[in-house]
Design a protein around this ligand. Structure first.
Ligand code: SF4
Length: 365
């Protein structure tokens, strides 16, 4: 998709030293302040997120974009699906810009519209009605539109519990994609037994399941995953518990079931931030989420012991593509009256995708 579209910014930018890049961003931000909003996802590196007017997880940033009516340019320091969501929720005169088009989400790319349509069609032959489609916000706009057209909703890691409860009140079964782990962790918290959860393999007819199993199951979980959160393993939890029995473990629900079960707490990045920030000084935390957020929490809480749950560096490489130099390039162009890297979702897709997003806002407040 977007991965080949990034223009080479050239030596005029690549050869700049970091200090002058940061100074120039700062002064352009001041110059463009009337028209400009910079949004920064919690996983962005420090050199970038320091310029964000608002930081947060997908849900918080989507809400903020929707509520911002007066800024013409929204520079989204995050990944592609987040910029698409911001474009869907903002008005026609607003332009959403992704500083580097190569910043996609590997999980979102684990399901295409064609694959989904094929799966839905084969499922509909076995279960003709009563299936509610739910997409995690980490998905392309075309998939949100697919869901919107079929009476479903978007969810985020903050509200998956409420959205799945709603879905089960609307239909007998749920088709959940693309994150198998968020789906399983949430269903478990809702008391749904494992035998009612079927993994749906995207390249197999009926997801690799028998028609009898499909008729019996309550939820189908697309076998997508986050390449970062899958790096956290149950043995990392054991290692920290053995090393320090006082340490608390908190993880993101994109982690595998065994890790979430072994942890003390789990939740969205916003929940992780709130939980860690609000605990008393001297507390100790091993955190199972992206390393830039863990490092920021360390800096913000010098009176606590904070470490990554994994001994390996769990970095989201695509989030990390948003480098200060690309932010500078995008802002330089805006100052020169040129919009580069605009993310635009055309109305035939944006309309039903907005419907699915609005259902989410209506359900989760
Ligand atoms: S952390 Fe995982 S889910 Fe988030 S953008 Fe990176 S790969 Fe996608």
């Amino acid at each position: 998709m977007s991965l080949l579209l990034q223009q080479d910014v050239g030596p005029a930018y690549q050869d700049l030293d970091e200090k002058s890049v940061l100074q120039r961003i700062q002064s352009l931000k001041k110059r463009l302040t009337e028209k400009l909003l910079i949004l920064g996802h919690n996983y962005q590196q420090e050199a970038v997120i320091q310029f964000a007017d608002q930081t947060g997880d997908s849900l918080k940033l989507a809400r903020y974009a929707a509520a911002t009516k007066d800024k013409e340019f929204i520079v989204f320091c995050g990944v592609h699906f987040m910029a698409e969501t911001a474009d869907i929720l903002t008005s026609e005169f607003q332009k959403v810009i992704l500083p580097d088009m190569r910043a996609g989400c590997p999980m979102a790319e684990m399901v295409s519209l064609e694959e989904l349509a094929w799966a839905w069609e084969s499922l509909s032959r076995v279960v003709p009605k009563g299936v509610v489609p739910i997409t995690y916000i980490n998905s392309a706009a075309s998939l949100k539109a697919f869901v919107g057209d079929r009476g479903g909703s978007v969810c985020t890691s903050s509200n998956a519990h409420e959205i799945l409860q709603w879905a089960f009140s609307k239909g007998e079964k749920v088709f959940f994609f693309p994150d198998e782990h968020l789906g399983r962790n949430t269903c478990y918290s809702l008391g749904i037994p494992f035998e009612d959860m079927l993994v749906w393999q995207r390249d197999k007819p009926l997801g690799g399941n028998s028609a009898e199993d499909v008729k019996r199951a309550k939820i189908f979980l697309w076998n997508g995953y986050c390449t970062v959160h899958q790096m956290f393993r149950p043995e990392h939890v054991k290692m920290w518990r053995k090393r320090d029995p006082d340490i608390k473990i908190i993880v993101h629900p994109e982690c595998m079931f065994e890790v979430v079960q072994a942890a003390d707490y789990y939740g969205s990045t916003e929940k992780i931030i709130k939980t860690v920030n609000e605990t008393p000084r001297g507390t100790k935390w091993a955190i199972g989420t992206e390393i830039n957020l863990v490092t920021r929490l360390q800096k913000q809480n010098p009176d606590k012991f904070i470490t990554s749950l994994s001994p390996f560096q769990c970095l989201c490489a695509t989030m990390y593509r948003i480098k200060p130099v690309y932010l500078l390039w995008a802002l330089d162009n805006l100052a020169a009256g040129k919009v580069v890297n605009r993310i635009k979702v055309e109305e035939p897709t944006a309309g039903p995708a907005r419907l699915a997003l609005d259902r989410m806002f209506a359900i989760s407040g």
